[in-house]
Design a protein around this ligand. Sequence first.
Ligand code: PHE
Length: 340
Amino acid sequence: MKEKVEQYLQEIKSFAANTQDEIENFRLKYLSKKGIVQVMFAEMRNVAPEARKEMGQLLNSLKNEAQNKFDELKEAASGTGTEAGKKVDLTLPTDFANLGSRHPLSIVRNEIASIFSRIGFKVNEGPEIEDDWHNFTALNFAAEHPARDMQDTFFIEKNPDILLRTHTSSVQVRVMQKEKPPIRAIFPGRVFRNEAISARAHCIFHQVEGLYIDENVSFADLKQTLYYFATEFFGADTQIRLRPSYFPFTEPSAEMDVSCFICGGEGCKICKNTGWVEILGCGMVDPNVLEFCGIDPVKYTGFAFGMGIERIAMLKYQINDIRLFFENDVRFLKQFESTL
Ligand code: PHE
């Protein structure tokens, strides 16, 4: 019997298993109720009393060996053990999950919102599907007025006209109808124009509108606000210039250029050698518009401005094709990182 037990011990020591099945078979063979360990303990009955002590010790070590081997095999198979190359090196660098990045248009929009929030402008939004009144009539576009053709419109329904808003100025109307002055807010959003798609133009793009209505708001306030924005966004050395322009809903109206932040005004490809780049339209809110929206034009004045987010993002990141913003090619998108 002693020899038999010693032979089992040898077997256990040299046993190796590669699969769960083999490990289970090992358990059945040695450690189960009818397994070798139990059978050998049962045979103790036949051992002479003087040899029992030694035999008992031997069987205990058989039992321990079998149990240890089984535990070891199990641990190795679960991948956390120290067996045969399965060791895990906890000092290796991990693979970080790919989190993606913010869209460049979101980065620019958030930055614009953050700059204006510092001087007390809150953020409002309005619907993308509008009626003619909010998009045109209340903004002083007379019926049949050629100014309506400045913005080629996608109509959804005719009579009454329902359309995709052509500019965020429609949100001006909604906010003025709802709120009493002082009003100081920006309205970012998506706008739509029936234009041929090219590297420079798209039928879908984004604008940020700004509106400030209160007593005694002057053109000087408009100029200073826009100057503040330009220096915050493009850098402290930025110059601005206002050129007279026309919008039905502002009087007087202007377009604003900033000194080219690429060449500093020397002349380059971005500013087409002029030293200036146009970034927005603006003006004093036309008294007719205030009146249409239920605000007393004698007591209150205000200014408004509107800028294209794509245009500003293209300037900021020197992107030469507006279509890239809408294709969602990850190779393009992952180049823009921001904490905003
Ligand atoms: N809505 C004008 C546009 O889309 C921009 C603008 C906004 C001009 C506010 C003046 C005041 O071109």
